[in-house]
Structures are given as structure tokens and as C-alpha cells.
Design a protein around this ligand. Structure first.
Ligand code: NAG
Ligand code: NAG
Ligand code: NAG
Ligand code: NAG
Ligand code: NAG
Length: 414
């Protein structure tokens, strides 16, 4: 019997402890109150559906624009009718629960995470780090495959934590930064789960957290893979001035980066400066979250979304957005921008570690760092590229992400 996820978060720690003491057969994870966790947001669903149903949208678009001006009305209308129509939350929730979930208390934060162990006892522990507007959900397509032994004998014990303030992890204090999250995650891996040495993969804010872990915990983080970095990417002019030659796909990615800085980072400025404005406006507004977050997810992904190998179709998009609404975390999620001003460092410093770092450029990602720049910040051993996929490869190119993460294995030294 499981408590509803929402209820569980609201319960004070003491009653939680009493409630679960009977089931505490698992390792106790030290004093971290490690508990199995089951998602049950179904009681929230009628509220979500009625809000979606009651939301009025314009009959026809004010101007005939494409996605370059933001969410398109016809796309939004289609998603909205699917949400109250054929979309089946219970079925999606069952999928989310098909992996094992846990919570632990670390430094006053309730950390929610997925943990799937490989049957191979010598599997490499790996932690997969998501960003905004993502969640643990974006990695689910790669979790089980990574636990299985590949044709070259590689397997992983996979951990996917929710950032503090996202999904089922509790919101952190006001002064919390990604370095604090990095410390908490290292505690999760080493002390709660007992993985003394592990690998990591990071994207978006998860790359900021992951890079901090790579830099600060050099005895435990023994390989890392990134698709994004917490450094200001160079402009096309800077790349040229440095005589760096690019492939055609890389030139495309540079243009995409410039486009993001010119026309697509308004959200970044709002969330960094006035997180309450957008956070409260959309807090209990599911169609609003869908318009805002959905448009970004689509713009930042491969335009072939939904066609193989991409799993980024309307169902997965609605699940991602439903999670933000049903867990009431849209507000706390946008605060990460305000809590980490100047996250993109202008100074390229080398991490204090000899652990290998791998980097992959997905053609449709929203920022691009040439190999020469990536090599400045870590012990770069491999720089790869995929011509399919964007900012959320766990959804829009899972086979490629599996390949990337597996490619860390030959560099990992336990
Ligand atoms: C932990 O949370 C409790 C209750 O919210 C608070 O009183 C305490 O100051 C917090 N401790 C730290 C170290 O933030
Ligand atoms: C952040 O605030 C907490 C109290 O909420 C305090 O204990 C802690 O020292 C502060 N940390 C920093 C880095 O200022
Ligand atoms: C780039 O190449 C030009 C012409 O060969 C040379 O003058 C310049 O110093 C080079 N710049 C860098 C940063 O290597
Ligand atoms: C989207 O893909 C998932 C598999 O990831 C599938 O279960 C679902 O039916 C698809 N949705 C649509 C609308 O095709
Ligand atoms: C780890 O970092 C420390 C500095 O904090 C450095 O002295 C040490 O050489 C590093 N160790 C490894 C294995 O990279």
C-alpha cells in the first residue's frame, strides 16, 4: 500500500518514519531515511482535467506565424484536446512506476530518484542528471537498456535523481546553488547508495551540477559525459578568430546557438530575474505550462520529433508537462535560474581532476562548444557528434544516448 506522492511530501518527517518502519527491510542508507517511493498522482487528475477543459483559447490565430514566434495555436489546441481526450495518465503513471523509485533525506532536502540495478554485480554506477524544463522522465527510455549487458560486456547501475524543487524532490532554501546540489548528489551516490566510484552524464542544469561534481569530487567521479556545459559558448566570430574549422553540422549548430541568443532566451532572463512572475502565473495553469514549456521542448529538439528514433511525441510531451503541474513544482523549478545567476562562466578553467571527460554534440542542441573549447575545461578523451537529436536526447535519440553513455565504460577505472 502506497501513500499518494503528494500526501507523502506533505507529511512531517516523524510520521513518515513511523509509517514506513514496518517496511524497512531494505538497507537503511545510513541516517538518510531511504524509502521506496511509488508515484500516485491520480487523485490530482480531475483538477488538472477540469482546468484544461475550462481553459479558453482563441478561435483562430491572431497572426499567421510559424514556431519562430512561439507556441502555435493549432499545435496547442491539438495537444489540449488530446490531454482531455485520449491521453491516459494512469497508463503513463504505470510506465513511470515501471522503474524503482526512492526518496532519501540529505541535508534537509527530500531527494527523489530512480535507481535500477544491473544484474551484473560489476556494473558501473552512473548518475544521469536532467535540467529545465526536463525531469527524471526524459531519461526513462535509457534506464533499463543501460542496466542490460551490451554486446561488448558493458552494463550500468543507473541512478536518476530529480533536481531539488523538481517533481518529487523538495524545494531547496533560497540561497541554494548547483554546487550544493552537486554535494548532495555525491552524498547520494557514495553514502546513501554505497557507490564509492561512479560515472555521470549531464545535460542543461544537470551539466552544471555534473561539472561541479566532476570538479569537486575527483576521487568518486571517475568518468563524465556531457552534452552541455556551464561555460559561455563562443560566438561564430570568436570561433573564426581562433582558426577553428567546423564541419557542416557544426556550422549549423553555431547558427542555432546564435539564434538562441538572439531570439530564444527570453525565458532565461525572466526566470533569472523575476521567477515569481512566471512561476506564479503558470503555477496552477496546465495549458499555460503546456504553451510555454511545450513550445521550448519542441524548438530545442530535433524537428523530426516523434519519428524513429525519436520518442518525443505528444504523449511524452504531455507527461512531461503533467508532471510539472501535478507535483506543483513549476514555480520551484524556474527558481533554479534566479538561484544560479551567471551560471555560464566566461572563464574556461580546467577541472581539478584526472578523470576522463567525454562530450557529444547533438546537431539540434541549443548551444555549441567546439572541441577546442571543451578540451579547456576537463580531461577530454572523446568528442563525438550525432546528426539526429537535440537538447533532450533521452527522448529524441535514446539509442545514441545509450551509445554515448556506454562509451564512458572503457575509460572508467574502478
Ligand atoms: C532544516 O529544516 C528545518 C525545518 O524546516 C529547519 O529548522 C532547519 O534550519 C534546517 N536546517 C538546515 C541546515 O538548513
Ligand atoms: C543558507 O541559508 C541557511 C539557512 O537557511 C544557512 O544555514 C546557510 O549557512 C546559508 N548558506 C550560505 C552559503 O549562505
Ligand atoms: C589564425 O590564422 C592567421 C593566419 O594564418 C594568423 O595570423 C593568426 O595568428 C591565427 N590566430 C590564432 C588565434 O591562432
Ligand atoms: C508515443 O510514444 C509512446 C512510446 O514511447 C507510445 O506509447 C505512445 O502511444 C505514443 N503516442 C502517440 C500519440 O503516438
Ligand atoms: C583532486 O583535486 C585535488 C585538488 O582539490 C588535487 O590536489 C588532486 O590532485 C586531484 N586528484 C585527482 C586524482 O585528480
Amino acid at each position: 500500500m502506497f501513500l499518494s506522492a503528494r500526501l507523502r511530501l506533505l507529511l512531517p518527517l516523524t510520521s513518515l518514519t513511523l509509517l514506513v518502519s514496518a517496511t524497512a527491510k531494505l538497507r537503511d542508507g545510513g541516517n538518510f531515511n531511504l524509502l521506496p517511493f511509488h508515484i500516485d498522482l491520480s487523485p490530482q487528475l480531475p483538477h488538472l482535467k477540469s482546468l484544461v477543459q475550462q481553459t479558453q483559447l482563441p478561435e483562430k490565430a491572431l497572426y499567421a506565424t510559424g514556431p519562430e514566434k512561439g507556441m502555435q495555436l493549432d499545435v496547442l489546441k491539438e495537444l489540449k484536446s488530446e490531454w482531455v481526450g485520449s491521453y491516459d495518465w494512469d497508463k503513463e503513471q504505470e510506465q513511470l512506476n515501471s522503474v524503482s523509485h526512492f526518496t532519501a533525506q540529505i541535508e534537509n532536502i527530500t531527494v527523489h530518484f530512480v535507481h535500477e540495478k544491473s544484474e551484473n554485480p560489476n556494473a558501473i554506477p552512473v548518475v544521469l542528471l536532467h535540467g529545465w524544463p526536463g525531469s527524471f522522465h526524459e531519461y526513462l527510455p535509457v534506464v533499463k537498456p543501460l542496466t542490460e549487458t551490451s554486446s561488448t560486456g558493458i552494463s550500468y547501475h543507473v541512478v536518476v535523481p530529480s533536481l531539488p524543487g523538481f517533481s518529487f524532490s523538495s524545494p531547496p532554501p533560497l540561497n541554494w546553488t548547483i554546487d550544493d546540489t552537486a554535494r548532495v548528489y555525491n552524498t547520494l551516490m557514495t553514502q546513501v547508495l554505497g557507490y564509492e566510484k561512479y560515472a555521470l552524464h549531464g545535460s542543461d542544469w544537470g551539466s552544471g551540477v555534473g561539472y561541479s561534481m566532476y570538479n569537486s569530487f575527483n576521487t568518486s567521479v571517475r568518468a563524465s559525459h556531457f552534452i552541455f556545459l556551464p561555460f559561455l559558448p563562443p560566438t561564430a566570430t570568436e570561433i573564426e578568430a581562433n582558426n577553428i574549422t567546423l564541419t557542416d553540422d557544426e556550422k549549423f549548430s553555431v547558427a542555432r546557438t546564435e539564434e538562441w541568443w538572439t531570439n530564444d532566451h527570453g525565458y532565461f532572463l525572466i526566470q533569472g530575474t523575476k521567477p515569481n512572475d512566471i512561476g506564479l502565473a503558470l503555477y496552477d495553469n496546465p495549458v499555460g505550462i503546456l504553451a510555454y514549456v511545450g513550445a521550448e521542448v519542441l524548438r530545442w529538439s530535433d524537428p523530426r520529433a516523434g519519428t524513429p528514433p525519436s520518442l518525443l511525441n505528444s504523449t511524452n510531451l504531455l507527461t512531461l508537462v503533467s508532471l510539472y503541474h501535478l507535483t506543483h513544482t513549476f514555480l520551484s523549478s524556474v527558481w533554479i535560474y534566479a538561484q544560479n545567476a551567471n551560471v555560464l562562466s566566461t572563464v574556461y578553467t580546467k577541472a581539478l581532476t584526472d578523470a576522463p571527460m567525454l562530450y557529444t554534440q547533438y546537431k539540434y542542441n541549443l548551444q555549441f562548444w567546439p572541441e577546442e573549447y571543451v578540451a579547456k575545461v576537463g580531461n577530454l578523451v572523446a568528442y563525438n557528434a550525432h546528426d539526429f537529436g537535440g537538447h533532450f536526447p533521452g527522448l529524441d535519440n535514446p539509442p545514441a544516448l545509450i551509445e554515448d553513455i556506454r562509451s564512458m565504460a572503457k575509460y572508467f577505472k574502478a
